[in-house]
Write a protein that binds this ligand. Structure first.
Ligand SMILES: [Zn+2]
Length: 273
């Protein structure tokens, strides 16, 4: 029997609380599944056209979808939009999700990494659990609304246990980030002013057609105007055509601090002042 979404959520939370990395992987995959399915069903309600992979449908089908005139057989035959497309559509559509966009995107970056990686990789368990739990909380409204998960029977997003898990993991992640910032500040303190200037001018990230500097800001560790926001696009060629996955990350020319988009958002919390 196929597990109900309530059970999937229960298994997901249990796995995210585990200390074993293979169980945590499962928790992350399930968290991403719940968010993706909840978003897709929301998009389908707004307009079926948003739910499909629009690259692969004819103009006639697109028109039927936009007018909500598709039969249910036709609906099921279509390829649905990718996770990346549905996250960007939902975070544009919903003002309450917009401020969590970096968090939600990071969940899918980790999920894809787990799915596609064949090597052992260094697994920052605390950081990844924090990403998954925070994303589930941010998407709470859509998960309970669209996934048949009732707040009476099981709504981990209001139980004290879940609140506690998020608080604990968030605290660990903030402490980890503070330690990283401190390490890079120390590195900066060893440089003399001319070395700082030189690094800022020459230590630029490598850019090409698919990697570029979006903007440059002040670094949260060394406070120099040398923190590049780097945009990058990866391509994948599934049988249906090409998929492009874009993401941003940050890198400092002077102290060499590297942060994901979500980590950079976290460093803006008051506790860092
Ligand atoms: Zn720096």
């Amino acid at each position: 029997m196929r597990p109900s979404n309530e059970n999937i959520l229960k298994i997901c939370i249990k796995a995210l609380k585990s200390r074993r990395s293979n169980e945590v992987y499962d928790g992350i995959k399930l968290a991403a599944y719940l968010v993706e399915q909840a978003f897709k069903s929301e998009l389908r309600k707004i307009n079926p056209l948003l739910y499909f992979d629009r690259k692969n449908i004819s103009d006639k089908t697109a028109l039927l979808a936009a007018e909500k005139k598709m039969s249910s057989e036709e609906l099921f035959r279509q390829k649905t939009c990718s996770a990346t497309q549905c996250i960007s559509a939902m975070t544009e559509y919903s003002p309450d999700l917009k401020s969590h966009a970096a968090n939600i995107k990071e969940l899918f970056v980790i999920r894809n990494f787990i799915l596609h990686s064949t090597d052992d990789f260094s697994f920052e368990q605390n950081a990844h659990v924090e990403t998954a739990v925070s994303a589930l909380r941010a998407c709470r409204k859509y998960i309970t609304k669209n996934m048949g998960i009732s707040s009476n029977e099981f709504n981990p997003l209001t139980t004290s246990e879940f609140e506690e898990l998020q608080r604990k993991e968030h605290g660990k992640r903030i402490n980890g980030l503070k330690a990283v910032l401190k390490k890079h500040k120390k590195r900066f303190n060893k440089l003399n002013p001319s070395e700082v200037k030189q690094k800022n001018l020459t230590n630029l990230p490598t850019t090409d057609n698919t990697t570029w500097i979006e903007e440059t800001q002040n670094c949260p560790a060394c406070k120099q105007p040398s923190f590049d926001k780097i945009g990058t696009v990866d391509f994948d060629w599934p049988p249906e055509g090409m998929d492009a996955y874009g993401k941003f990350y940050y890198q400092c020319r002077v102290c060499e601090l590297e942060l994901s988009e979500y980590e950079y958002e976290l460093t803006k919390e008051d506790t860092f002042n």
